[in-house]
Design a protein around this ligand. Structure first.
Ligand code: GDD
Ligand code: MG
Length: 363
């Protein structure tokens, strides 16, 4: 059972550069990329609100000025939002310490900290309650993944106490990882050095563990995804559209596809597998779009196939083209007959000419 808490404050970490999602993040920060029809963060904000979070401080750095025009004062979400910007990126710990200047919570109060690129189905209310009941310094949400080397590996003892924090170790001791949602007791945030570059993963958590503070793990097996790579980003949007994870921020019903206002999908086109079709995007007769994100104003011509890919704003995929596991930047044009697969990325504005190669065995 999910349950809410009275008037919880949160800090949302949204200052990263989103390097692994280039070229999508060249013009738009990762947390604002369109995901199941809305900026990614809308899902996290609506979900936090549903657990009783009332006030969120955004810790911004990369493309900092782009957040407030999108979310404003938060009233549309029933939230009160503040924006705090680092002049130079301070790392995860430095960002939390910096943003804490805008908190109103007292030193014994729990404060929620969220990485800004996570979709999670876990019960935030239960995590906070566990933190308070056990009197922990920090309580980390933990999940299990197949490849822990890309995350923070977090072993615990049988009481749930975290015994080590091993960020991106090549030799993980467990598949249980840091899921990027923490409850900090406010006074612990205030003990992070101010105005310095600090990593919570490499400095704060190991330091707290070494000094005997209670760092607690809150493990569960609900839906969890870090959308930091192109494949994961497309999967996140797809899973939301298909209803594998519920989100109060969905702009339309869940199903095979979601189409935003002004999208034109031919009755003779196939659009399925949780595809999101942006505003005014066009999918012509005979095109096939599966499990993909089509951004606003893009065009998929007849006979083109787009699968598990992102097609940027205003981009055009010409007739007979195959785009699979690829990222097509804003305004790019993929000429007829091209085949782009296996993680290919096309930079914004690039025009790939028609593919003139003809295969023949009788040379
Ligand atoms: N304000 C600010 N300033 N935010 C930052 C900074 C900074 O200097 N650096 C990173 N962030 C934000 C990012 O925007 C993101 O929301 C969050 O901090 C985590 O950064 P990522 O770049 O996404 O880290 P990661 O995915 O490699 O690893 C982190 O998340 C994993 C779970 O997804 C770590 O916390 C791992 O331990 C964890 O397993
Ligand atoms: Mg991440």
């Amino acid at each position: 059972m999910e349950s809410s808490l009275p008037d919880l404050e949160a800090i949302l970490l949204v200052g990263g550069q989103g390097t692994r999602l280039r070229p999508l993040t060249l013009g738009t920060p990762k947390p604002l990329l369109p995901t199941a029809g809305v900026p990614f963060l809308a899902h996290q904000l609506a979900r936090a609100r549903s657990f009783g979070v009332r006030r969120i401080v955004f810790a911004t750095s990369y493309k900092a000025s782009m957040f407030e025009p999108v979310f404003g004062d938060g009233a549309a979400f029933g939230l009160s939002l503040e924006y705090i910007t680092e002049e130079t990126p301070l790392g995860t710990g430095g960002a939390i310490r910096n943003a804490a200047e805008a908190l109103t919570s007292g030193s014994d109060d729990p404060v929620l900290i969220l990485n800004g690129d996570i979709l999670s189905g876990h019960d935030i209310g239960d995590q906070v309650r566990t933190h308070c009941e056990r009197g922990a310094a920090v309580t980390l949400h933990l999940t299990e993944v197949d490849d822990p080397t890309r995350f923070g590996c977090v072993p615990t003892d049988e009481s749930g106490r975290v015994t080590a924090f091993l960020e991106k170790t090549p030799n993980p001791v467990t598949n249980r990882i840091n899921a990027g949602c923490y409850v900090f007791t406010r006074s612990v945030i205030d003990s992070i050095p101010r105005g310095e570059v600090v990593s919570v993963e490499r400095e704060t958590f190991p330091g707290l563990i070494d000094s005997g503070e209670l760092v607690l793990g809150y493990a569960d097996r609900t839906y969890w995804l870090d959308v930091g790579t192109p494949a994961a980003f497309v999967k996140g949007s797809r899973d939301l559209v298909l209803g594998r994870l519920d989100s109060p921020a969905m702009p339309g019903p869940q199903g095979e596809h979601l189409a935003l206002e002004g999208a034109e999908i031919s009755a003779e086109a196939k659009v399925q597998g949780g595809s999101a079709v942006g505003a005014r995007a066009v999918v012509e007769a005979g095109a096939s779009v599966v499990g993909s994100v089509l951004c606003d104003d893009c065009v998929i011509e007849g006979g083109a196939t787009v699968q598990d890919s992102v097609v940027g704003k205003g981009a055009r995929i010409c007739a007979g083209t195959v785009v699979r596991d690829a990222v097509i930047g804003d305004g790019a044009v993929v000429g007829p007959g091209n085949e782009l697969q296996g993680g290919v990325r096309v930079w914004p504005g690039i025009e790939l000419p028609e593919c003139a190669v003809r295969y023949s065995s009788d040379v």
